[in-house]
Design a protein around this ligand. Structure first.
Ligand SMILES: [Zn+2]
Length: 204
């Protein structure tokens, strides 16, 4: 196993990197109940990216776990979840932003750091011309957003715990964009953002 990246990403930080086809990505929730907002792009054509709609439709389920094929907006499998010790990951809650913080919580929350800021900052540093038009709806690894019987979204307490991880195998060269959520206003991360580990390795 040729390790390409092994890093601890502090609470509230963003990161972008590549996973080669046949390689692996493991994200570990080091302290539990963290929300890890994540997007995937085709590394050679970033107009192809993770699609919540195509992924949900393909597996006929809104939650992601072992066996999930992460589909692109072209309906292609980008990665497969091959191991998951948490058991449920969110496709519907989206990323927190300055705007959503004002709507959900209070106007003075506008200036708090948010996942959308992390995404935009990481894209700008990556310097491949990607910008806010390239931000589709994202995955929230380790985040618990159950849907009620009448279809409402319920941002609930996390079901993850310290050391739980999700592991994916890349089916194409993918660019992974991560915001380790800085949110202090909802229970998705127990009001206490904590670091995660990102491990990426090359295939055989
Ligand atoms: Zn967030």
């Amino acid at each position: 196993m040729g390790v390409l990246h092994d890093l601890e990403l502090a609470a509230g930080e963003g990161w972008i990197g590549e996973v080669p086809a046949g390689g692996g990505l493991r994200i570990t929730d080091l302290h539990g109940n963290q929300a890890v907002d994540t997007l995937f792009y085709n590394a050679h054509d970033p107009e192809e990216h993770y699609s919540a709609l195509d992924t949900i439709r393909a597996q006929k389920n809104i939650y992601l776990t072992t066996g999930t094929e992460i589909r692109s907006n072209l309906g292609v499998t980008m990665l497969t979840i091959v191991d998951d010790t948490c058991g449920r990951h969110d496709t519907l809650g989206g990323a927190c932003s300055a705007e959503s913080n004002t709507v959900r919580y209070a106007f003075e929350k506008r200036y708090m750091h948010a996942c959308r800021d992390n995404f935009l900052l990481a894209l700008a540093r990556h310097d491949r011309g990607l910008s806010k038009r390239d931000l589709p709806s994202n995955i929230n690894f380790f985040m618990n957003v159950p849907v009620t019987n009448d279809g409402a979204l319920n941002f609930a307490d996390g079901i993850s715990a310290a050391g739980r991880y999700v592991q994916l195998r890349a089916q194409m060269d993918v660019l992974v964009l991560i915001s380790n959520c800085p949110q202090l206003n909802n229970p998705c991360n127990a009001y206490n953002p904590t670091p995660i580990q990102i491990l990426i390795w090359a295939g055989n």
